[in-house]
Design a protein around this ligand. Structure first.
Ligand code: C5P
Length: 410
Protein backbone atom coordinates (compact mmCIF):
# COMPACT_ATOMS: atom_id res chain seq x y z
CA UNK A 1 0.00 0.00 0.00
CA UNK A 2 3.03 2.25 0.45
CA UNK A 3 3.25 4.35 3.53
CA UNK A 4 0.40 6.77 3.61
CA UNK A 5 0.04 7.96 7.18
CA UNK A 6 -3.26 9.59 7.97
CA UNK A 7 -2.43 13.08 9.24
CA UNK A 8 -5.96 14.35 9.13
CA UNK A 9 -6.64 17.32 11.38
CA UNK A 10 -2.97 17.72 12.33
CA UNK A 11 -1.37 21.14 11.93
CA UNK A 12 2.26 21.71 11.08
CA UNK A 13 4.04 25.07 11.33
CA UNK A 14 6.83 24.73 8.77
CA UNK A 15 9.86 27.01 8.96
CA UNK A 16 11.61 27.22 5.60
CA UNK A 17 15.10 28.59 6.05
CA UNK A 18 17.67 29.66 3.48
CA UNK A 19 19.24 26.66 1.82
CA UNK A 20 19.06 25.20 -1.66
CA UNK A 21 17.10 22.25 -0.21
CA UNK A 22 14.22 24.67 0.43
CA UNK A 23 12.78 23.63 -2.93
CA UNK A 24 12.03 20.19 -1.47
CA UNK A 25 9.65 21.85 0.98
CA UNK A 26 7.17 22.55 -1.78
CA UNK A 27 6.86 18.81 -2.34
CA UNK A 28 6.69 18.23 1.41
CA UNK A 29 3.80 20.69 1.72
CA UNK A 30 1.88 18.87 -1.02
CA UNK A 31 2.43 15.45 0.51
CA UNK A 32 1.38 16.69 3.95
CA UNK A 33 -1.73 18.34 2.62
CA UNK A 34 -2.88 15.32 0.64
CA UNK A 35 -2.70 13.37 3.89
CA UNK A 36 -5.10 15.81 5.52
CA UNK A 37 -2.47 17.82 7.39
CA UNK A 38 -2.82 21.60 7.64
CA UNK A 39 0.42 23.43 6.85
CA UNK A 40 1.26 27.03 7.70
CA UNK A 41 4.66 28.42 6.74
CA UNK A 42 7.20 30.84 8.10
CA UNK A 43 9.64 31.79 5.37
CA UNK A 44 12.94 33.31 6.51
CA UNK A 45 14.64 36.02 4.50
CA UNK A 46 17.12 33.40 3.28
CA UNK A 47 14.31 30.94 2.54
CA UNK A 48 12.63 33.53 0.33
CA UNK A 49 15.78 33.66 -1.77
CA UNK A 50 15.18 30.02 -2.74
CA UNK A 51 11.40 29.62 -2.88
CA UNK A 52 8.87 32.34 -3.50
CA UNK A 53 6.18 33.29 -0.98
CA UNK A 54 3.69 32.90 -3.81
CA UNK A 55 4.57 29.24 -4.39
CA UNK A 56 4.40 28.50 -0.67
CA UNK A 57 1.15 30.38 -0.25
CA UNK A 58 -0.44 28.65 -3.25
CA UNK A 59 0.44 25.22 -1.87
CA UNK A 60 -0.54 25.92 1.74
CA UNK A 61 -3.61 27.92 0.66
CA UNK A 62 -2.69 30.27 3.47
CA UNK A 63 -0.79 33.45 4.08
CA UNK A 64 2.97 33.03 4.37
CA UNK A 65 4.52 34.57 7.48
CA UNK A 66 7.81 36.34 6.89
CA UNK A 67 8.25 39.36 9.08
CA UNK A 68 8.51 39.66 12.84
CA UNK A 69 7.82 43.36 12.84
CA UNK A 70 5.13 43.38 10.19
CA UNK A 71 2.17 45.28 11.56
CA UNK A 72 -0.30 43.22 9.58
CA UNK A 73 1.32 39.89 10.47
CA UNK A 74 1.36 40.74 14.17
CA UNK A 75 -2.15 42.15 14.09
CA UNK A 76 -3.58 39.14 12.27
CA UNK A 77 -1.50 36.43 13.90
CA UNK A 78 1.16 37.09 16.52
CA UNK A 79 4.22 34.86 16.59
CA UNK A 80 2.93 33.24 19.76
CA UNK A 81 -0.38 32.34 18.13
CA UNK A 82 1.43 30.86 15.14
CA UNK A 83 2.95 28.19 17.33
CA UNK A 84 -0.09 27.86 19.57
CA UNK A 85 -2.21 26.98 16.56
CA UNK A 86 0.15 24.19 15.45
CA UNK A 87 0.69 20.68 16.76
CA UNK A 88 4.28 20.46 15.56
CA UNK A 89 6.96 22.84 14.31
CA UNK A 90 9.09 21.53 11.47
CA UNK A 91 12.29 23.28 10.40
CA UNK A 92 13.28 22.30 6.86
CA UNK A 93 15.86 23.03 5.77
CA UNK A 94 17.46 23.56 9.17
CA UNK A 95 20.52 25.57 8.18
CA UNK A 96 23.70 25.77 10.27
CA UNK A 97 22.75 29.37 11.04
CA UNK A 98 19.24 28.61 12.21
CA UNK A 99 20.43 25.65 14.30
CA UNK A 100 22.98 27.95 15.94
CA UNK A 101 20.28 30.50 16.68
CA UNK A 102 18.01 27.83 18.12
CA UNK A 103 20.82 26.49 20.31
CA UNK A 104 21.75 29.97 21.53
CA UNK A 105 18.16 31.09 22.03
CA UNK A 106 18.45 34.01 19.65
CA UNK A 107 15.28 35.63 18.45
CA UNK A 108 16.07 38.17 15.78
CA UNK A 109 13.54 37.22 13.15
CA UNK A 110 10.12 35.61 12.99
CA UNK A 111 11.41 32.03 12.57
CA UNK A 112 13.86 32.11 15.49
CA UNK A 113 11.37 33.99 17.67
CA UNK A 114 8.61 31.47 16.98
CA UNK A 115 11.05 28.62 17.69
CA UNK A 116 12.05 30.22 20.99
CA UNK A 117 8.45 30.93 21.94
CA UNK A 118 7.00 27.55 21.10
CA UNK A 119 6.03 24.88 23.58
CA UNK A 120 5.25 22.43 20.77
CA UNK A 121 7.50 19.58 19.65
CA UNK A 122 10.07 20.57 17.05
CA UNK A 123 11.42 18.42 14.22
CA UNK A 124 14.41 19.65 12.24
CA UNK A 125 15.75 18.48 8.87
CA UNK A 126 19.32 19.79 8.66
CA UNK A 127 20.80 20.70 5.29
CA UNK A 128 24.20 22.24 4.78
CA UNK A 129 27.64 21.78 3.30
CA UNK A 130 29.42 18.71 4.65
CA UNK A 131 32.11 20.72 6.42
CA UNK A 132 29.57 23.02 8.01
CA UNK A 133 27.75 19.93 9.26
CA UNK A 134 30.93 18.37 10.61
CA UNK A 135 32.14 21.58 12.26
CA UNK A 136 32.34 21.21 16.04
CA UNK A 137 30.09 24.26 16.43
CA UNK A 138 27.28 22.60 14.47
CA UNK A 139 27.82 19.25 16.16
CA UNK A 140 27.65 20.92 19.58
CA UNK A 141 24.48 22.77 18.58
CA UNK A 142 23.02 19.50 17.34
CA UNK A 143 23.77 17.82 20.67
CA UNK A 144 22.34 20.74 22.64
CA UNK A 145 19.13 20.79 20.61
CA UNK A 146 18.74 17.00 20.77
CA UNK A 147 19.17 17.13 24.56
CA UNK A 148 16.41 19.73 24.71
CA UNK A 149 14.09 17.38 22.87
CA UNK A 150 14.36 18.64 19.29
CA UNK A 151 14.03 15.67 16.94
CA UNK A 152 16.05 15.32 13.79
CA UNK A 153 15.55 13.66 10.44
CA UNK A 154 18.64 13.39 8.23
CA UNK A 155 20.88 14.73 6.95
CA UNK A 156 21.64 12.09 4.34
CA UNK A 157 24.92 11.28 2.66
CA UNK A 158 25.21 12.06 -1.02
CA UNK A 159 26.14 14.49 -3.77
CA UNK A 160 25.49 18.01 -2.70
CA UNK A 161 24.52 21.11 -4.62
CA UNK A 162 27.89 22.63 -3.64
CA UNK A 163 29.66 19.87 -5.59
CA UNK A 164 30.90 17.94 -2.54
CA UNK A 165 29.92 14.55 -1.22
CA UNK A 166 29.06 13.53 2.31
CA UNK A 167 26.51 14.09 5.06
CA UNK A 168 24.56 17.31 4.69
CA UNK A 169 21.84 16.60 2.14
CA UNK A 170 18.42 17.31 3.50
CA UNK A 171 16.24 14.22 4.01
CA UNK A 172 13.81 13.61 1.15
CA UNK A 173 10.24 14.93 1.54
CA UNK A 174 8.85 11.41 2.12
CA UNK A 175 11.41 10.77 4.85
CA UNK A 176 10.49 14.03 6.55
CA UNK A 177 6.84 13.08 6.18
CA UNK A 178 7.46 9.74 7.90
CA UNK A 179 9.30 11.53 10.70
CA UNK A 180 6.39 13.95 11.09
CA UNK A 181 3.94 11.03 11.28
CA UNK A 182 6.12 9.42 13.95
CA UNK A 183 6.10 12.67 15.96
CA UNK A 184 2.34 12.59 16.18
CA UNK A 185 1.16 9.81 18.38
CA UNK A 186 -1.57 9.06 15.94
CA UNK A 187 -4.86 8.68 17.75
CA UNK A 188 -8.13 6.92 17.10
CA UNK A 189 -9.20 3.34 17.59
CA UNK A 190 -8.09 2.30 14.10
CA UNK A 191 -4.66 4.00 14.33
CA UNK A 192 -1.97 1.87 12.74
CA UNK A 193 -4.45 -0.23 10.77
CA UNK A 194 -4.76 -0.25 7.01
CA UNK A 195 -8.06 -0.12 5.21
CA UNK A 196 -8.89 -0.61 1.55
CA UNK A 197 -12.18 0.75 0.23
CA UNK A 198 -13.63 0.52 -3.28
CA UNK A 199 -16.19 3.07 -4.43
CA UNK A 200 -18.10 4.40 -7.41
CA UNK A 201 -18.94 2.79 -10.72
CA UNK A 202 -16.57 1.26 -13.23
CA UNK A 203 -16.47 2.33 -16.86
CA UNK A 204 -16.05 -0.44 -19.39
CA UNK A 205 -14.96 0.72 -22.82
CA UNK A 206 -17.01 -0.07 -25.92
CA UNK A 207 -14.77 2.03 -28.13
CA UNK A 208 -12.51 5.03 -27.41
CA UNK A 209 -15.48 7.30 -26.70
CA UNK A 210 -18.27 5.05 -25.44
CA UNK A 211 -18.49 2.97 -22.33
CA UNK A 212 -20.82 0.90 -20.16
CA UNK A 213 -21.35 2.41 -16.71
CA UNK A 214 -23.93 2.48 -13.93
CA UNK A 215 -25.63 4.95 -11.62
CA UNK A 216 -23.38 4.56 -8.59
CA UNK A 217 -22.53 7.98 -7.13
CA UNK A 218 -19.69 6.79 -4.90
CA UNK A 219 -21.30 8.53 -1.94
CA UNK A 220 -21.46 5.51 0.31
CA UNK A 221 -17.96 4.24 -0.49
CA UNK A 222 -16.38 7.68 -0.08
CA UNK A 223 -18.23 8.15 3.22
CA UNK A 224 -16.84 4.82 4.45
CA UNK A 225 -13.28 5.79 3.51
CA UNK A 226 -13.82 9.10 5.31
CA UNK A 227 -15.23 7.43 8.44
CA UNK A 228 -12.38 4.89 8.64
CA UNK A 229 -9.80 7.68 8.26
CA UNK A 230 -11.69 9.60 10.94
CA UNK A 231 -11.01 6.71 13.34
CA UNK A 232 -7.31 6.88 12.50
CA UNK A 233 -6.93 4.14 9.85
CA UNK A 234 -4.56 4.57 6.91
CA UNK A 235 -7.03 4.33 4.07
CA UNK A 236 -6.62 3.66 0.36
CA UNK A 237 -9.73 4.45 -1.66
CA UNK A 238 -9.83 2.84 -5.10
CA UNK A 239 -12.57 4.59 -6.98
CA UNK A 240 -14.23 4.78 -10.35
CA UNK A 241 -15.29 8.18 -11.72
CA UNK A 242 -17.50 10.11 -9.27
CA UNK A 243 -18.27 13.70 -8.37
CA UNK A 244 -17.39 13.11 -4.74
CA UNK A 245 -14.51 15.12 -3.27
CA UNK A 246 -11.45 13.17 -2.07
CA UNK A 247 -11.88 12.51 1.67
CA UNK A 248 -9.11 14.31 3.61
CA UNK A 249 -6.21 12.14 4.73
CA UNK A 250 -7.18 9.30 2.39
CA UNK A 251 -4.99 8.01 -0.43
CA UNK A 252 -7.22 8.04 -3.47
CA UNK A 253 -6.44 5.82 -6.48
CA UNK A 254 -8.66 6.69 -9.44
CA UNK A 255 -9.39 3.92 -11.92
CA UNK A 256 -11.84 3.36 -14.79
CA UNK A 257 -12.41 -0.33 -15.44
CA UNK A 258 -13.03 -3.33 -13.17
CA UNK A 259 -9.72 -4.83 -14.19
CA UNK A 260 -7.92 -1.60 -13.24
CA UNK A 261 -9.78 -1.62 -9.94
CA UNK A 262 -8.65 -5.16 -9.18
CA UNK A 263 -5.02 -4.31 -10.01
CA UNK A 264 -5.15 -1.20 -7.79
CA UNK A 265 -6.69 -3.21 -4.94
CA UNK A 266 -4.03 -5.89 -5.21
CA UNK A 267 -1.34 -3.20 -5.14
CA UNK A 268 -2.91 -1.76 -2.00
CA UNK A 269 -2.53 -4.99 -0.02
CA UNK A 270 -1.80 -5.91 2.68
CA UNK A 271 -4.73 -4.38 4.51
CA UNK A 272 -6.48 -5.20 7.78
CA UNK A 273 -9.92 -4.50 6.41
CA UNK A 274 -11.35 -4.25 2.90
CA UNK A 275 -14.74 -2.73 2.19
CA UNK A 276 -16.02 -3.21 -1.35
CA UNK A 277 -18.65 -0.57 -1.92
CA UNK A 278 -17.99 -0.07 -5.64
CA UNK A 279 -20.66 -0.90 -8.17
CA UNK A 280 -18.38 -2.94 -10.39
CA UNK A 281 -19.69 -3.72 -13.86
CA UNK A 282 -20.38 -7.44 -14.05
CA UNK A 283 -19.54 -7.55 -17.73
CA UNK A 284 -17.25 -5.75 -20.10
CA UNK A 285 -17.11 -5.70 -23.88
CA UNK A 286 -14.92 -8.58 -24.94
CA UNK A 287 -13.01 -6.76 -27.66
CA UNK A 288 -13.49 -2.98 -27.42
CA UNK A 289 -13.09 -1.28 -30.81
CA UNK A 290 -9.83 0.57 -31.22
CA UNK A 291 -11.46 3.29 -33.32
CA UNK A 292 -14.80 4.99 -32.76
CA UNK A 293 -17.55 2.74 -34.12
CA UNK A 294 -19.44 4.24 -37.03
CA UNK A 295 -23.13 4.16 -37.76
CA UNK A 296 -23.58 2.08 -40.87
CA UNK A 297 -25.97 0.32 -43.12
CA UNK A 298 -25.49 -2.90 -41.11
CA UNK A 299 -27.54 -1.55 -38.23
CA UNK A 300 -26.46 -1.44 -34.58
CA UNK A 301 -23.33 -3.41 -33.65
CA UNK A 302 -23.52 -6.58 -31.63
CA UNK A 303 -21.49 -6.28 -28.48
CA UNK A 304 -20.08 -9.49 -27.16
CA UNK A 305 -19.73 -9.29 -23.39
CA UNK A 306 -17.44 -11.18 -21.09
CA UNK A 307 -17.40 -11.47 -17.32
CA UNK A 308 -15.36 -9.06 -15.19
CA UNK A 309 -13.26 -10.25 -12.26
CA UNK A 310 -15.07 -10.22 -8.94
CA UNK A 311 -12.95 -7.96 -6.76
CA UNK A 312 -14.73 -8.76 -3.51
CA UNK A 313 -14.45 -12.52 -4.07
CA UNK A 314 -10.80 -12.17 -5.06
CA UNK A 315 -9.93 -10.17 -1.93
CA UNK A 316 -11.85 -12.66 0.22
CA UNK A 317 -9.97 -15.70 -1.10
CA UNK A 318 -8.03 -17.40 1.68
CA UNK A 319 -4.33 -16.63 1.53
CA UNK A 320 -1.56 -14.73 3.28
CA UNK A 321 -2.73 -11.39 1.86
CA UNK A 322 -6.38 -11.80 2.83
CA UNK A 323 -7.49 -8.87 4.99
CA UNK A 324 -8.74 -9.90 8.44
CA UNK A 325 -12.14 -8.48 7.59
CA UNK A 326 -13.58 -8.43 4.06
CA UNK A 327 -16.89 -6.63 3.71
CA UNK A 328 -19.14 -6.41 0.68
CA UNK A 329 -22.37 -4.75 -0.30
CA UNK A 330 -25.37 -6.38 -1.82
CA UNK A 331 -27.52 -4.01 -3.81
CA UNK A 332 -30.79 -5.84 -4.36
CA UNK A 333 -34.22 -4.92 -5.56
CA UNK A 334 -36.05 -7.87 -3.92
CA UNK A 335 -35.51 -10.50 -1.20
CA UNK A 336 -32.69 -8.32 0.04
CA UNK A 337 -31.51 -10.35 3.04
CA UNK A 338 -31.93 -13.78 1.41
CA UNK A 339 -29.84 -12.74 -1.57
CA UNK A 340 -27.26 -11.16 0.73
CA UNK A 341 -26.88 -14.42 2.67
CA UNK A 342 -26.27 -16.34 -0.53
CA UNK A 343 -23.73 -13.73 -1.61
CA UNK A 344 -21.88 -13.93 1.70
CA UNK A 345 -21.37 -17.66 1.21
CA UNK A 346 -20.58 -17.44 -2.49
CA UNK A 347 -17.98 -14.68 -2.16
CA UNK A 348 -16.53 -15.97 1.12
CA UNK A 349 -16.52 -12.50 2.61
CA UNK A 350 -17.08 -11.85 6.33
CA UNK A 351 -19.92 -9.34 6.30
CA UNK A 352 -22.40 -8.08 3.76
CA UNK A 353 -24.23 -4.80 4.00
CA UNK A 354 -27.43 -5.46 2.12
CA UNK A 355 -29.45 -2.58 0.78
CA UNK A 356 -32.57 -2.16 -1.27
CA UNK A 357 -31.80 -0.19 -4.42
CA UNK A 358 -35.19 -0.48 -6.11
CA UNK A 359 -35.89 2.89 -7.75
CA UNK A 360 -38.56 3.83 -5.19
CA UNK A 361 -35.97 3.89 -2.37
CA UNK A 362 -33.81 6.58 -4.04
CA UNK A 363 -30.68 4.90 -2.67
CA UNK A 364 -28.64 5.18 -5.85
CA UNK A 365 -27.33 8.73 -5.89
CA UNK A 366 -29.43 9.62 -2.84
CA UNK A 367 -28.24 10.83 0.54
CA UNK A 368 -29.81 8.10 2.67
CA UNK A 369 -29.53 4.37 2.87
CA UNK A 370 -31.34 1.52 4.60
CA UNK A 371 -29.04 -1.39 5.26
CA UNK A 372 -29.02 -4.77 6.93
CA UNK A 373 -25.71 -6.02 8.27
CA UNK A 374 -25.47 -9.73 7.55
CA UNK A 375 -22.68 -11.68 9.28
CA UNK A 376 -22.73 -15.40 9.81
CA UNK A 377 -26.28 -16.28 10.71
CA UNK A 378 -27.15 -12.93 12.24
CA UNK A 379 -28.81 -9.97 10.59
CA UNK A 380 -28.92 -6.49 12.11
CA UNK A 381 -31.51 -4.20 10.55
CA UNK A 382 -30.22 -0.65 10.74
CA UNK A 383 -32.71 2.21 10.60
CA UNK A 384 -32.73 4.43 7.52
CA UNK A 385 -29.98 6.99 7.94
CA UNK A 386 -27.64 9.16 5.93
CA UNK A 387 -24.81 7.47 4.08
CA UNK A 388 -22.38 9.26 6.42
CA UNK A 389 -24.16 7.77 9.44
CA UNK A 390 -24.10 4.29 7.85
CA UNK A 391 -20.38 4.77 7.25
CA UNK A 392 -19.72 5.85 10.83
CA UNK A 393 -21.67 2.96 12.26
CA UNK A 394 -19.86 0.54 9.99
CA UNK A 395 -16.48 2.02 10.97
CA UNK A 396 -17.39 1.62 14.65
CA UNK A 397 -18.43 -2.02 14.05
CA UNK A 398 -15.13 -2.63 12.25
CA UNK A 399 -13.19 -1.14 15.20
CA UNK A 400 -15.06 -3.42 17.60
CA UNK A 401 -14.55 -6.50 15.43
CA UNK A 402 -10.83 -5.83 15.16
CA UNK A 403 -10.63 -5.43 18.92
CA UNK A 404 -10.15 -1.69 18.65
CA UNK A 405 -12.72 -0.05 20.82
CA UNK A 406 -12.40 3.64 21.65
CA UNK A 407 -9.42 4.38 23.86
CA UNK A 408 -7.46 1.27 22.84
CA UNK A 409 -4.38 1.42 20.71
CA UNK A 410 -2.43 -1.36 19.15
O1 C5P B 1 -22.42 -9.84 -7.10
P1 C5P B 1 -22.80 -8.45 -6.75
O2 C5P B 1 -22.34 -7.44 -7.77
O3 C5P B 1 -24.21 -8.25 -6.38
O4 C5P B 1 -21.97 -8.17 -5.42
C1 C5P B 1 -21.90 -6.91 -4.84
C2 C5P B 1 -20.66 -6.82 -4.01
O5 C5P B 1 -19.55 -7.38 -4.70
C3 C5P B 1 -20.25 -5.40 -3.74
O6 C5P B 1 -19.57 -5.35 -2.51
C4 C5P B 1 -19.34 -5.07 -4.89
O7 C5P B 1 -18.45 -4.02 -4.57
C5 C5P B 1 -18.63 -6.38 -5.07
N1 C5P B 1 -18.22 -6.68 -6.45
C6 C5P B 1 -16.90 -6.69 -6.78
N2 C5P B 1 -16.50 -7.02 -8.05
C7 C5P B 1 -17.42 -7.37 -8.98
C8 C5P B 1 -18.78 -7.37 -8.65
C9 C5P B 1 -19.14 -7.01 -7.40
O8 C5P B 1 -16.08 -6.36 -5.92
N3 C5P B 1 -17.02 -7.67 -10.19
Amino acid sequence: MGDFPNLRGKRVLLVIAGGIAAYKCLELIRRLRERGCGVRCILTRGGAAFVTPLAVSALTEDKVYQDLFSLTDEAEMGHIRLSREADLMVVAPATADLMAKMAAGLADDLASTALLATDKPVLAAPAMNVRMWQHPATQTNLKTLAERGVRFVGPNDGDMACGEFGPGRMAEPMEILAAIAACFSLGGPLAGLRALVTSGPTWEAIDPVRFIANRSSGRQGHAIADALAGLGASVTLVTGPTNEPDPPGVRVVPILSARDMLAACRAALPADVAVCAAAVADWRVKDPAEQKMKKGADGPPRLELTENPDILATLAQPGPDRPTLVIGFAAETEQVVAHARAKLARKRCDWILANDVSPATGTFGGARNTVHLVRGDTVADWPTMTKQAVAQRLAAEIATALGRTEGERG
